[in-house]
Design a binder for this molecule. Structure first.
Ligand SMILES: [Zn+2]
Ligand SMILES: [Zn+2]
Length: 121
């Protein structure tokens, strides 16, 4: 996502925030862009990849809207663990579907200067 109040005509790297952990895009924190400026950073992507691809996640009973493809998906999805005292997981919680996590991981790994690798074991 874009940092609130940033200049849309001149978006800087630090104006881009991860939709999941709200951290800025930096040299050390690569990002993959989804639809409508949504972003997932390498850290969140690695965490999501571990949960959705390496562990057999159960399909949720209720579909959740993926912020990266903006579709309601009936497949395992990932979200940040809620911080203590934060709102419980609900419709407003950003979710990433398994398809997007797989695609984003493939995209990010191709950009060799980021040095990002899909997690193994
Ligand atoms: Zn993140
Ligand atoms: Zn998706």
């Amino acid at each position: 996502m874009r940092k609130p109040g940033c200049n849309e005509d001149n978006v800087e790297m630090t104006d881009v925030l991860c939709d999941f952990c709200m951290q800025e895009w930096t040299e050390a924190r690569p990002m993959v862009e989804g639809h409508q400026g949504s972003c997932i950073c390498g850290d969140c992507l690695a965490a999501a990849y571990r949960v959705l691809v390496m562990v057999e996640s159960a399909v949720p009973e209720t579909p959740s809207k993926c912020v990266l493809c903006l579709e309601m998906r009936s497949e395992p999805s990932w979200h940040m663990p809620p911080a203590p005292g934060a709102l419980p997981i609900g419709e407003d919680t950003p979710h990433a579907c398994r398809r997007c996590v797989r695609q984003s991981a493939a995209v990010l790994q191709k950009v060799t200067e980021f040095g990002w690798r899909k997690p193994t074991a």
